[in-house]
Design a protein around this ligand. Structure first.
Ligand code: BMP
Length: 228
């Protein structure tokens, strides 16, 4: 049924290598929050050709070790969602450790302050959380404009904003304009709708459970790509 959709990098794979830059053609980032290495590798290998990137976080890394970043990087660009949020010195140590892997990007919080955020600048793409998707995270709304300014000041590559809070997303887009990419979680399991988020300012959507818990994650990914 889905055979007419050709993986975005099929042509490049044929030529014998993976294209490692986040591909603008795909707006889908898989949040691979599984706990098992074999499952992670299987889902990544089946879906990577349709993805802009794979986001990994504590659930996977604490279970499988940081080495899995390099293994997954064979399939896709990898963004390390460690929500780095500490002192400048500790942030620097964390980000330097990540930059020794084949990861492409890192996610950090802005609330520890501009010096902490500056310390996250390395040779990785930097994405800054400005508002969060879960109910109860409204406190971020008081500070998100400030967080955006900080992200711009440190020359971050993008922000993380909620794809399931459409009014907030539109508002944040109106401030960011085209100065930063907007990556949106909150899609699928948290109620957000991919097309709606993309129409409201998202450059990329981040999807976890509704893909990795699907009976057939590859078909689910293709379904998302079709919708977009
Ligand atoms: P899911 O689609 O299963 O809800 O996963 C969303 C992913 O995005 C999770 O890794 C979560 O930690 C992350 N995330 C989020 O859901 N909301 C935010 O505001 C920021 C996030 O990083």
């Amino acid at each position: 049924m889905y055979d007419t959709i050709v993986p975005l990098d099929a042509k490049i794979k044929k030529e014998g290598f993976y294209y490692k830059n986040m591909r603008k053609e795909s707006r889908l980032i898989l949040s691979l929050d599984v706990l098992d290495r074999d499952l992670a590798m299987r889902i990544a290998s089946e879906t990577a050709g349709y993805l802009a990137a794979i986001k990994v976080s504590y659930p996977l890394i604490l279970n499988c070790g940081l080495e899995i970043v390099d293994e997954l990087a064979e399939f896709s660009d990898i963004i390390c969602d460690f929500k780095v949020a500490d002192t400048p010195n500790t942030n620097g140590l964390i980000v330097r450790t990540i930059s020794n892997t084949k990861a492409k990007g890192v996610i950090a919080h802005a609330f520890p302050g501009i010096e902490s955020l500056k310390a996250c600048k390395d040779n990785l793409e930097l994405y800054v959380v400005v508002e969060m998707s879960q109910p109860g995270a409204e406190i971020f709304e008081k500070y998100s404009e400030h967080f955006i300014e900080m992200a711009i000041k440190v020359k971050a590559d993008g922000i993380i904003a909620p794809g399931n809070k459409i009014e907030r997303l539109r508002y944040l887009k109106s401030i960011v304009k085209d100065r930063l990419s907007i990556l949106c979680p909150g899609i699928g399991a948290q109620g957000g709708i991919a097309e709606e988020a993309l129409r409201s300012g998202a450059d990329y959507i981040i999807v976890g459970r509704s893909i990795y818990m699907a009976e057939n994650p590859k078909e689910k990914v293709i379904e998302y790509v079709r919708q977009m």
